[in-house]
Write a protein that binds this ligand. Structure first.
Ligand SMILES: NC(=O)c1ccc[n+]([C@@H]2O[C@H](COP(=O)([O-])OP(=O)(O)OC[C@H]3O[C@@H](n4cnc5c(N)ncnc54)[C@H](OP(=O)(O)O)[C@@H]3O)[C@@H](O)[C@H]2O)c1
Length: 428
């Protein structure tokens, strides 16, 4: 297989370059190809757009090795949810005349927003990118998610194959999951109109496996997994869970996605599960953090979640809350429902065999790199400064609103969800 060597590629449209994955993909495009990268970005003018893009790019490229490649980045001020990205006809036509490929990463990644709120970006945006690719005769990489598996996540023995799409999954819990599934359907339907596409389904995207870098300060959404680490460190409390917990390094997702696109037509109309082929469990993550030096005590699951829901997890005299605990409070319903799905990665492994692209194992070295980086960015306190830890109080001190930072949430909807959850747990 071709090893990142398609020199015919001249111009690529990239969406989401100010995000976690898009930023790392931009770095990969600049490193591994000669092409110009037209980045669709939201900003007041091109100069600000370029600054926003550079902020994330150089969060990954800390040494500034790509400083002399910035001239290959072309900011295009636009919005994926708008027809023609909101561009003037002539600009849109010029862009379509140039681009050979589109790599679409932009999305609203809120886990709690309603379908009405995220569909214009996550589904409508994909429809707009498809129209662009057809007009440009460009191939498309669409970034879906392993969460398109919907409620099959909870079905014991279920394995999501890369060729699977409609497996009878439902999407009661999360509009985000449904939006990724609906968008995959749109991409498939565009085959009949002559579109060449590849779909990638990343797992939980964590930092770069070589440097540990993750744009913790430069992106709007930090990522729930890093919020989870922060809550574990700040509270020193956890609950037991032997469910699989995917950790997929961002460099693997970027390299594997680009490799698939540079190896069209062999990969044409293929979908790849970009999850870690060797997942670990949540318990393993907690154990790795202890090994790093953090104190994390395990308490009973019901006790943990009820304390979070009722504002009885106290730290330094105040109820502890974070994006992670707020989300947990919403989704915990006291049931024994466990995440059980597995993800088949045999097609991507076959594609990458013979290349030098591999997914780093979720081992102690990787976690150490991630924690070192998060400490360096002052996102996490180092083990010696972890204190005071949280304690569970028996007195209920409920109250207070949800965090405004909670993933672009529809707060009124969240409150209803939360009230329903509390009511259910009270009657259970
Ligand atoms: N993170 C994960 O663990 C994960 C896992 C599986 C799949 N994915 C998928 O991977 C892709 C990238 O995710 P991410 O984690 O990199 O997300 P992210 O950090 O939140 O970045 C989202 C990007 O999309 C852009 N965007 C949002 N709405 C837009 C609009 N209307 N017009 C133009 N740009 C818009 C954002 O621009 P602004 O900076 O202007 O907001 C940002 O650049 C998404 O498709 C996501 O569903 C992510």
């Amino acid at each position: 297989m071709n090893q990142m060597a398609d020199t015919s590629l001249k111009n690529v449209l990239l969406t989401g370059a100010t995000g976690v994955l898009g930023g790392r993909l931009l770095q990969e495009l600049l490193l591994s190809t000669q092409c110009n990268v037209h980045c669709l970005v939201r900003a007041k003018d091109e100069a600000q757009g370029l600054e926003r893009i550079k902020e994330v790019l150089f969060a990954y490229d800390e040494a500034g090795l790509l400083s002399n490649q910035v001239n290959r980045i072309r900011p295009v001020l636009g919005d994926v949810s708008q027809p023609q990205f909101g561009l003037q006809d002539s600009l849109y036509r010029d862009l379509a005349g140039l681009c050979d490929m589109a790599m679409h990463c932009a999305a609203n990644v809120s886990l709690v927003a309603s379908y009405a709120k995220i569909a214009p970006v996550n589904v409508g945006g994909v429809a707009n990118v498809i129209e662009f690719c057809l007009a440009a005769r460009a191939s498309l990489m669409y970034t879906s998610s392993f969460s398109m598996t919907g409620d099959k996540l909870y079905e014991p023995g279920f394995v999501l194959k890369e060729s699977d799409l409609d497996v009878g999954q439902g999407f009661e819990d999360m509009a985000y999951e449904r939006s990724k599934y609906d968008a995959e359907q749109l991409v498939h339907a565009a085959s009949a109109r002559g579109l060449d596409w590849v779909i990638v389904r990343p797992g939980n995207i964590w930092g770069d496996s070589v440097t540990g870098c993750y744009p913790l300060k430069q992106t709007k959404v930090k990522g729930i997994y890093y919020e989870m680490l922060k809550s574990l460190v700040e509270t020193g409390l956890s609950f037991p869970s032997d469910e699989d917990f995917d950790i997929t390094p961002v460099d693997y997702v970027a390299k594997a996605s680009l490799f698939a696109m540079l190896n069209l037509p062999a990969t044409r109309h293929c979908t790849y599960n970009l999850t870690n082929p060797a997942p670990i469990t949540y318990n393993d993550i907690v154990q790795q953090m202890r090994r790093f030096g953090y104190r994390i005590d395990e308490i009973d699951t019901k006790r943990y979640f009820e304390a979070v829901q009722e504002g009885r997890m106290m730290r330094a005299g105040k109820p502890y809350r974070s994006t992670f605990t707020d989300l947990m409070a919403i989704f915990y319903d006291g049931s024994d429902c466990k995440e059980a799905a597995k993800y088949d990665t045999s097609k991507i492994e076959a594609l990458l065999s013979g290349s030098n692209i591999t997914c780093h194992a979720c081992d102690h070295n990787l976690m150490q790199r991630y924690l070192d980086y998060a400490i360096k960015c002052e996102f996490l306190a180092p083990p010696k400064d972890q204190f005071p830890l949280a304690q569970i109080s028996d007195a209920s001190v409920r109250g207070g609103g949800y965090m405004e930072s909670l993933y672009d949430a529809d707060l009124s909807q969240l409150k209803q969800l939360s009230e329903a959850t509390h009511a259910a747990s009270r009657t259970a």
